[in-house]
Design a protein around this ligand. Sequence first.
Ligand code: NAD
Ligand code: IPM
Ligand code: MN
Length: 364
Amino acid sequence: MEYKVTVLRGDGIGPEIVGEAKKVLKKVAELEGFSLHFQEELFGGAAIDACGEPLPEKTLRACRESDAVLMGSIGGQVGVSPWYKLPVEKRPEAGLLRLRKELGLFCNLRPAKLYPELRAASPLKEEIIGEGFDIMMIRELTGGLYFGEKSLRVENGEEVARDELIYRAHEIERIAKIAFSLAKERGADLVSVDKANVLESSRLWRKIFTEEGEKEKEVVLSHALVDSMAMQLVRNPGKFSVIATENMFGDILSDEMAEITGSLGMLPSASLGEKDFGLYEPSGGSAPDIAGQNMANPLATVLSAAMLLRFSLHEKGAADRVEKAVEKVLQKGFRTKDIFPKQKEEDIVLLSCSEMGDELVKVL
Ligand code: NAD
Ligand code: IPM
Ligand code: MN
């Protein structure tokens, strides 16, 4: 088999972490006997610098014509980088939001798993970590506050900013169906997260999830308010297995979930639509504070590449192999700076981003 993968290297640490994920993909393809054709395109800040647009039409076309997209995070230091002097629709993030929308990628999967070797990297106490946790978050990705109407105007001499939060029933129904089917697959309970005590959109969300739950009797559904969820995640993360939520809440809770696994550099993501095609990127950002220093953690991007193999290419053997390789390098004691223990531990070795990629290739 031969597959086409569009690569969007991104900004900041983007090119560094994507480079390592590509290295791993190339090796696993060789081992598993299929071929990958990578096509690099401009995107985000890099595209703004080259042609004034965060999402050039050529890039969008290449994405549409490929089996999957592998992406590094985009953006610069908000408010500091010259990209943030541009009109909003010309900034890196606008390119990402448009890409997700244009490609119909409404379902964002963010798995937060605590590897046993990283217990000490988690900011949670041992007694809270308990048996550990392995949570799949399903984040709605093309609706809500992100895509409602926005305006900034002057009223009575005062600036007034407006962001509309809108959800249509069909947008909630399709994500609810996926959430129930994933929970069924895992034999797990499903927690739907909303703010139904305040928001109309959340009341519709809760109603639709409840109706879907009446059809899906095998899955136990419960509801949590987002503020309480933020608290429960750091009080007893082991209680949760599958969580579904809307766009903005999912953005915020996924950073929290990443941190309790040890680092934002560990959390992969898959953005999916109706078909097999998907966009795969780490959940964290372009980390301008550590960019260009070969010290970023490439594992979130490597795990995103494993999701690409699994969901878009259906190369299950290769996906399993990459995920196993991540476990193996952690077992061997290899760590990047973000997950390196604060207290000295024997047999733990600090690696650069590219050394971590090399070790992964060795153990594949
Ligand atoms: P960030 O996620 O880039 O960084 C937050 C902290 O996490 C930093 O200390 C950073 O060093 C660390 N971190 C993140 N990824 C890491 C990795 N792989 N290895 C080691 N450490 C890592 O958040 P920010 O600084 O608030 O945002 C920077 C830029 O990234 C902004 O322009 C933002 O819009 C953008 N962003 C992009 C995406 C995306 O493209 N998917 C996601 C989030 C943020
Ligand atoms: C993420 C990011 C993006 C989001 C930004 C960069 C638009 O934070 O993928 O989590 O909010 O969705
Ligand atoms: Mn985010």
